[in-house]
Design a protein. Structure first.
Lengths: 210, 717
């Protein structure tokens, strides 16, 4: 494990902030999971962008579609122990906590949590192993996407992640890797910036100590 | 998609409509200014020139090894369960994709942005097979609802206002929609989510096809490409063969420039790397059905062309449109067919044919702004000129071109006609219309504004009287005058001679020199252009001089950069032409860098003097500091907004497209007025002609001169 390079951490945080990502430093995994629960609790109810059979619907949201009553957190690539802790905390709040089956929730969920393999300081980017469809969806259909990134996994620039990317591509028979830099955004109408066109409305990055 | 213009007059009419579109003008103006500043800011943390050189090298290599890279990609991708196809033509590509759709019983298709799909007109082809095709990039969806083509490669709906979008969304949803942009974006979020869920097949473009691993990469901000490539059971990626790149390292390097150039972002929100057919819960056996369709459509042929193969360095960032002063005025629908901007003018010729390109390729003012920022360092204006000469050659130039050729080949005839014009113009003094690139007068076309008359005595006729005598000179130089200064503005050259004589530099003026040939290039007259280039090289006894000074930035940039290229096949003269090109230097650089003029050489007048940076000086030759420092030495330099934006002259361009030229001039004059200067100096007689004419016409009380005149006036004796 390489030592934490504070300069890279600082540069990463600054660049991520420029693209409207919320960067948080927390002391432990437990604190990170608590952060996830807190974010989910304080956000506005998720809007149901499409039909979802059997779902309990709340009042119309700002975009004139029904909202979800039960809050949903998805964390498909969390380790078993951590997932158990998160699930328990969610249960206490009455949230659903999912590891799979996100195709049944394509109308939209509250919070998606995933782990980043590497950060890129030059652009505030997170490299994600999204081979698993549920992991991919957690970062796509959630209103708030939260990414866990270890400080020691931050690389200086894009070319420096080439070996990592290559290793992933050559490891199995198929891979799907995503680089994420800030929340989903567009400037397609009059070049006015807007976030959350298809993907998350917010992106939070939690920087973990090793 | 829109019609390509069929004739110049038809095209000018179309552009006139665009010029009347106040919304478009305002949007593109704001964009041009903010883009420039934002781009500069995000390039601060990387080595721009170094990266561009690396991209050019990687893409050139890829172009030369296209076949091997295709085989390597295919092998790697097939190993990972991907079907790889190759389509020779647009039609074949459409057939392949339609077949894939039918084989998989596809009814609904969602698409993420792909210029290649636009190139082959994929949507109508699939719709003809009864499929429903929805674009999911916000801008693409908007223009699909309007049945229009993109007006920018990266921002396809930049020509539309929020009100137009609100109307379109109202129609599409059957509900009245607010014109608030944030709300409109959310309408798309809701509507398109449903389309993603319902789709059987997703079609994406491809920014990089990485040969070493068989991976396809897409670069997006909205995240629609992730949806398109994840939710439906079938994924088809379409890629031009030019998207093949050997390694991941090269793709990642290109990614340092692509988003910076496209939208002034360090990186887009999402970059996906799809390497093989992975799990997919909506597919029958939980495995994605993945196809990659490579499109040739002439690419393997272009790849063999020693000059044009460089077009494959293009990464489709759209920056050549972002900085184009003409795009800024008329927008993308008038600045391309399907591909937009400078690269669009070129690609139209190759992908959509001469008929679509012959008029479009005329619409480049040659200001070099695009060449200066292109992610792959493509020599865009040069290639556009090359296309023009191909079009001219293929069509035959007609009688005016033949006449022009015979006049220009014969210097004595050309110069006597110019002198004759001096008499011919007499009855019309004040109203006579002239261009700096005087040969154009023989085409019988008229300019759009009153321009100065031919001088009563040309510089070459004054030379015997004014030629200074020097003893033990510090340097020996020759002047290349260019037509405009020789015949219209001899006083500019005299100012230069005065400075050189004062600093004990020996000056010669070889009389056999003629037009530099740039206007001929602009008109696609390659053959004659080579003829005059030879004459000029032969006119100068190159070995004798320390430098060949020219006061015309356009001539300088043409002599220096273009001569060695157009004379490359002329073995007898090439070595001399190279030496000639090496010795050519612009006036400001010579007096600043070589002569070392400093503040103490001048009596600073304190006069407020502003500057217009001629395109061929600041970009063509990369000279930026010298003239500004010289102004500050001789007077009070007051900077002006957008000093480096083209004044709209562009030689023969201003005659072909007078309306555009006039608008560019108008913007320029507005900025000059706001600088509140007493005098404006420039490094090019063409700009003097344009700006002085404009200042006079609009009653702008600013003296417009060549920088040499300011310096000569304030030089200490």
């Amino acid at each position: 494990m390489p030592p934490v390079n504070l300069e890279l951490v600082e540069a990463f945080s600054a660049k991520a902030a420029i693209v409207n990502a919320v960067v948080q430093e927390v002391p432990s995994m437990a604190a990170a999971l608590q952060y996830v629960v807190d974010v989910c609790e304080s956000k506005a109810p998720a809007e149901l962008l499409a039909d979802e059979p059997g779902v309990e619907q709340g009042p119309l949201g700002p975009n004139k579609v029904p909202t979800r009553v039960q809050r949903v957190v998805a964390a498909p690539d969390l380790g078993e122990e951590d997932f158990a802790v998160l699930a328990k905390a969610c249960e206490e709040k009455g949230f659903a906590c999912l590891r799979e089956g996100l195709r049944n929730r394509l109308a939209g969920i509250d919070v998606g949590l995933s782990r980043s393999l590497a950060g890129v300081a030059g652009s505030g980017t997170c490299l994600m192993n999204t081979d698993n469809e549920d992991v991919r969806l957690a970062g796509m259909i959630s209103e708030i996407h939260i990414i866990l990134l270890r400080k020691s996994d931050i690389y200086p620039d894009l070319p420096s992640i080439a070996p990592l990317l290559r290793e992933r591509m050559n490891a199995g028979s198929a891979s799907y890797t995503t680089l994420i830099t800030g929340p989903s955004r567009t400037a397609d109408i009059e070049r006015v910036g807007a976030v959350g066109v298809h993907g998350p409305l917010e992106l939070h990055i939690i920087l973990l100590e090793d | 998609m829109h019609e390509a213009p069929k004739s110049l007059s038809d095209y000018r009419k179309q552009m006139d409509e665009a010029l009347q579109d106040d919304f478009l003008r305002r949007t593109l103006d704001t964009f041009a200014v903010s883009y420039r500043a934002n781009r500069e800011a995000v390039f601060k943390d990387v080595d721009e020139r170094g990266l561009i050189a690396k991209i050019a090298e990687a893409k050139d290599y890829a172009c030369q090894h296209m076949e091997e890279l295709y085989q390597q990609f295919k092998e790697q991708a097939e190993k990972r369960g991907v079907h790889v196809h190759r389509a020779a033509t647009a039609r074949e590509a459409n057939e392949i994709i339609a077949r894939i759709a039918k084989e998989n019983n596809v009814k609904r298709v969602v698409k993420s942005k792909s210029m290649t799909a636009e190139e082959i007109q994929l949507n109508p082809a699939l719709e003809a097979e009864g499929m429903i095709v929805d674009e999911t990039d916000l801008g693409e969806w908007i223009i699909q609802l309007r049945h229009e083509g993109p007006s920018h490669m990266v921002m396809p709906a930049i020509h539309l206002s929020r009100y137009q979008v609100a109307d379109d969304f109202t129609k599409a949803t059957g509900e009245k929609q607010d014109s608030d942009v944030q709300k409109l974006v959310k309408v798309a979020r809701v509507q398109l989510r449903r389309k993603f869920i319902a789709a059987d097949m997703g079609i994406s473009g491809c920014n990089f096809a990485v040969a070493e691993t068989g991976a396809v990469s897409t670069v997006t901000n909205e995240g629609n490409a992730r949806m398109v490539t994840t939710l439906p059971r079938v994924h088809v990626a379409i890629a031009g063969l030019d998207k093949l790149i050997p390694t991941l390292d090269q793709a990642l390097t290109a990614l340092l420039v692509l988003p910076r150039n496209a939208t002034a972002q360090r990186l887009t929100a999402y970059v996906t790397w799809m390497c093989g057919a992975g799990p997919c819960a909506s597919a029958p056996d939980n495995k994605k059905i993945m196809h990659v369709v490579f499109l040739d459509n002439g690419r393997t042929e272009i790849a063999k062309d020693p000059l044009f193969s460089q077009i494959f360095r293009c990464v489709r960032c759209g920056a050549c449109a972002n900085v184009c002063p003409v795009f800024r005025l008329v927008g993308g629908h008038k600045m391309g067919y399907i591909y937009i901007g400078a690269i669009g003018l070129i690609l139209t010729y190759f992908f959509h044919g001469k008929d679509k390109a012959k008029v479009l390729c005329q619409n480049c003012v040659g200001c070099e702004s695009c060449a200066n920022i292109c992610a792959g360092g493509i020599e865009l204006p040069r290639l556009i000129r090359e296309i023009r000469s191909r079009v001219t050659e293929e069509q035959g130039g007609g009688a005016p071109a033949a006449l022009l050729g015979s006049v220009m080949k014969n210097r004595k005839l050309f110069h006597s006609l110019l002198k004759f014009a001096k008499y011919a113009q007499k009855p019309f003094t004040g109203g006579t219309q002239f261009q700096r690139h005087l040969p154009a007068m023989f085409l019988g076309k008229h300019g759009f504004k009153a321009l100065p008359a031919i001088a009563s005595k040309s510089f070459r006729d004054r030379w015997p009287e004014i030629a200074p005598k020097s003893q033990n000179p510090t340097m020996r130089v020759a002047i290349f005058s260019g037509c405009a200064q020789d015949f219209v503005y001899p006083e500019q050259l005299e100012a230069c001679v005065k400075i050189l004589a004062a600093k004990n530099v020996a000056v010669e003026f070889p009389l056999e020199q003629t037009c530099c040939g740039l206007p001929l290039e602009m008109m696609g007259q390659r053959k004659t252009s080579i003829d005059v280039a030879r004459q000029n090289v032969q006119a100068f006894a190159v070995g004798k001089y320390d430098a060949i000074i020219t006061l015309c930035a356009s001539c300088a940039s043409h002599l220096k950069h273009v001569y060695p290229k157009i004379l490359a096949e002329e073995a007898d003269i090439l070595p001399q032409a190279r030496l000639f090109a090496d010795k050519v230097i612009d006036f400001s650089s010579f007096v600043h860098d070589r002569l070392g003029l400093k503040a103490e050489d001048f009596t600073n007048s304190g006069e407020r003097v502003t500057y217009h940076a001629s395109c061929h000086l600041c970009r063509g030759l990369g000279v930026k500091e010298a003239p500004r420092e010289l102004i500050a030495d001789a007077a009070k330099y007051v900077p002006c907004e957008e000093e480096e934006v083209c004044c709209g002259f562009g030689g023969t361009y201003s005659m072909k497209f007078p309306e555009i030229s006039a608008r560019l001039l108008e913007n320029k004059l507005k900025n000059i007025r706001e600088a509140r200067a007493d005098r404006l100096v420039v490094d090019c007689p063409g700009c003097v002609m344009q700006l002085r004419g404009g200042a006079e016409k609009t009653g702008l009380n600013v003296k417009v001169q060549h920088i040499a005149e300011l310096l000569a006036e304030n030089l200490k004796h």
